[in-house]
Design a protein around this ligand. Structure first.
Ligand code: ZN
Length: 112
C-alpha cells in the first residue's frame, strides 16, 4: 500500500514538474517578446529624438554638412551595436532577439 502511495506521489511530482517546465517555456517566450518590444521602442524613441534635433537644427539655421560616408558609418555603428546587444540586424530576423548565439546572416552583413 505504501509503495503505491510513493509511486502515486512520484507521478504527481512528475506532473507538477511538467507543468513548471511548460510555465517556464511560456515565460521565456513572453520575456523575448518584451525585450524585442523594448528594443523596438527605444530605437523608435532614439529616431524621434534625432528627428526632433534635426528639425530644431534646421529652424536655427545651423546647417552642418554631413558627408554621406559619415552617415553610412553612423548607421553601421548603430547596427553593430544592436547586434552586440543581442539583436538580429539581418533582413531575415531583423529586430528579433538572438536567442541562439551568433547569426551567420547578421555576421555576413556586418562583414560587408
Ligand atoms: Zn540574424
Amino acid at each position: 500500500m505504501e509503495k503505491k502511495d510513493i509511486y502515486a506521489q512520484a507521478n504527481e511530482l512528475e506532473q507538477h514538474l511538467g507543468d513548471i517546465y511548460k510555465d517556464i517555456g511560456e515565460m521565456k517566450k513572453k520575456i523575448v517578446q518584451l525585450l524585442e518590444e523594448n528594443k523596438r521602442l527605444s530605437l523608435e524613441n532614439q529616431q524621434l529624438r534625432s528627428m526632433l534635433k534635426t528639425d530644431q537644427t534646421d529652424k536655427d539655421k545651423i546647417k552642418e554638412e554631413n558627408p554621406p560616408s559619415l552617415v553610412i558609418g553612423e548607421g553601421y555603428d548603430n547596427l553593430a551595436r544592436l547586434y552586440y546587444e543581442g539583436f538580429h540586424i539581418c533582413n531575415v530576423y531583423y529586430g528579433h532577439l538572438r536567442t541562439e548565439g551568433d547569426c551567420l546572416f547578421c555576421l555576413s552583413f556586418l562583414n560587408k
